[in-house]
Design a protein around this ligand. Structure first.
Ligand SMILES: Cc1cc2nc3c(=O)[nH]c(=O)nc-3n(C[C@H](O)[C@H](O)[C@H](O)COP(=O)(O)O)c2cc1C
Length: 165
């Protein structure tokens, strides 16, 4: 049975929600990382991801400047770092270094990969839309990488207030 509900209440039932990390690099070489729940695959030929990135995010500024980013699937061991990446803006902080995580060079973009992630996708910006109040960024995957350890599992957001497990 269903009952009418406000959109906020209905959306509150969406969990568990996937979370990814969007990695970017400034022209000066600073690596920035942001947590993103509004993400989906939108094409498999060529492969493309769509990300919803709010206007204030430093990540959006860097993607617009460099046309490149990496999407990483964080592992369950990265809950603390993902919360950090998702609650602190990177304009004046070096989040990549502060996190203590290891980054390694990619193949096709200048943005590095997250070494211990479940998987990494190197992306080049295709386009940006704004159908509502949130900019939507579409990136084509130009190279992909997986963790050699198949037992490393993805982190997910299990509830309001960022219950990362
Ligand atoms: C689990 C989780 C999911 C998030 N999902 C999004 C999202 O989909 N879009 C968004 O704009 N911000 C999202 N955020 C918030 C950003 O990650 C946050 O604003 C971050 O500090 C932006 O970093 P930046 O300014 O360095 O780019 C999320 C945060 C967390 C913890």
């Amino acid at each position: 049975m269903q009952r009418p509900a406000k959109i906020e209440e209905a959306w509150g039932r969406k969990y568990p929600e996937q979370v990814v990390l969007a990695i970017t690099k400034s022209p000066e070489g600073k690596v920035n990382v942001m947590a993103i729940g509004w993400v989906t695959l939108v094409s498999d030929g060529p492969p493309m991801f769509l990300l919803g990135i709010d206007d204030p995010a430093y990540t959006l500024e860097l993607i617009r400047k460099t046309n490149e980013f990496v999407i990483a699937y964080p592992s369950k061991a990265m809950a603390k770092e993902t919360l950090y990446f998702g609650t602190v803006h990177g304009h004046n902080i070096d989040k990549g270094t502060e996190s203590g995580l290891t980054f390694v060079p990619g193949e096709k973009v200048s943005v590095p990969l997250l070494a211990d992630a479940v998987a990494n996708f190197e992306c080049k910006l295709v386009t940006e839309y704004r159908p509502g109040n949130c900019p939507l960024v579409v990136g084509e995957v130009v190279a992909s990488h997986v963790n050699t350890d198949e037992s490393v599992l993805r982190l997910v957001n299990c509830g309001k207030g960022y219950q990362l497990q």
